[in-house]
Design a protein around this ligand. Sequence first.
Ligand SMILES: Nc1ncnc2c1ncn2[C@@H]1O[C@H](COP(=O)(O)OP(=O)(O)O)[C@@H](O)[C@H]1O
Ligand SMILES: [Mg+2]
Length: 394
Amino acid sequence: MIRIDSVTKRYPDGTVAVDRLSLDIPDRSITVLVGPSGCGKTTTLRMINRMVEPSEGTILIDGVDSRQQSVNTLRRSMGYVIQNAGLFQHRTIVDNIATVPRMLGWSKDKARARARELMERVGLDASFAKRYPYQLSGGQQQRVGVARALAADPPVLLMDEPFSAVDPVVRKGLQDELLRIQEELGKTIVFVTHDIDEAVKLGTMVAVLRTGGRLAQYAPPAELLSDPADAFVEDFLGADRGIRRLSFFSSGGLEPLTTPIVAVDATAEQIAARGATEAPYLLVTGLDGRPLGWSEPGKLTAGQVDAGQLLPYGRPFVAGRDSLRAALDCAVLSPTGWAVAVDAEGRAAGVVSQSAIGEAIRGAHAHAHSAGRAERPTTEDGGGSGKSGQKVVR
Ligand SMILES: Nc1ncnc2c1ncn2[C@@H]1O[C@H](COP(=O)(O)OP(=O)(O)O)[C@@H](O)[C@H]1O
Ligand SMILES: [Mg+2]
């Protein structure tokens, strides 16, 4: 564990960049430092590997004062990733990644073999190995930066706004990739960003800093969203806090109704029987069980369902895997007000009313309060975020 104990950094010109900061950074998880520009994030990160020395206070690594270790040993145990990757422009991709192993005295062949292994791990095609950084996109260069930081297999990764310079789509891919790599490798990651959404998505714990390098709140993301410590944190979190928090609750507690579902080849008796349910519409499915659309029961005639006449069902949610946020989004977007639940193969698993989702939300809030805190988010594409066993939320 990394323990930052009452650390202050005063630069020679008198600027107090970090002010009596204390943080316990847990092993094998992602801790995010977030806050506005100039609030001391980079300074804090650099004090961890002693690129900047604290003016006061102590940083303990596994209980040992970091000043008792040689700077070289300390830095070797901490990979460092920065914005725009900071690659050596005159070296090939494979040699960029092999930099630290080569410094550690590995043979060229062994270091390059390791580099190629890491390229695969971060999702880079092997054909990029002999290219130079300028021949890669920003997102690809950022992957190289991550691979390079991982090359000597350090237990700790320090990441300073690593994804801030790439466009939102590429950025989401890099974030998902980082969560996946973290799940596989279990590094202790300290991640700096000014983007609160990135912090909430990636962090197991999130430290919100305010200008002057003071800690405003240190909490799991769901707790930040539910209980911001003060107006500054609330303001920094931005709009839709309540809706965003639903990302941390599983849809598993919903009980989708299966009765208002009819197959496209349903008989008149089946349509009549299904029509007498509490749902005002019937969900029509294809012969493969996938949803086709909604219909009023009275407008369905056996043997004559025209898929083109059905109301669209919007975007379904995967029952139990997606979050309550995803389920609510489905219900809000559905022209009938009912959300369609599907299984992992996309077959209709049932339908859920807005009021049933409302009840599940109230139940989840009550449960989170009695449990003291909420859970990790789940991610819609299965890029789950950790050892908690929770899956994905969108
Ligand atoms: N080498 C330095 N000398 C003097 N002031 C500095 C130095 N580096 C950073 N600062 C100041 O310290 C404060 C925190 O900077 P920094 O840690 O880079 O913030 P952040 O990464 O959150 O944007 C800012 O006011 C910045 O101007
Ligand atoms: Mg910075």
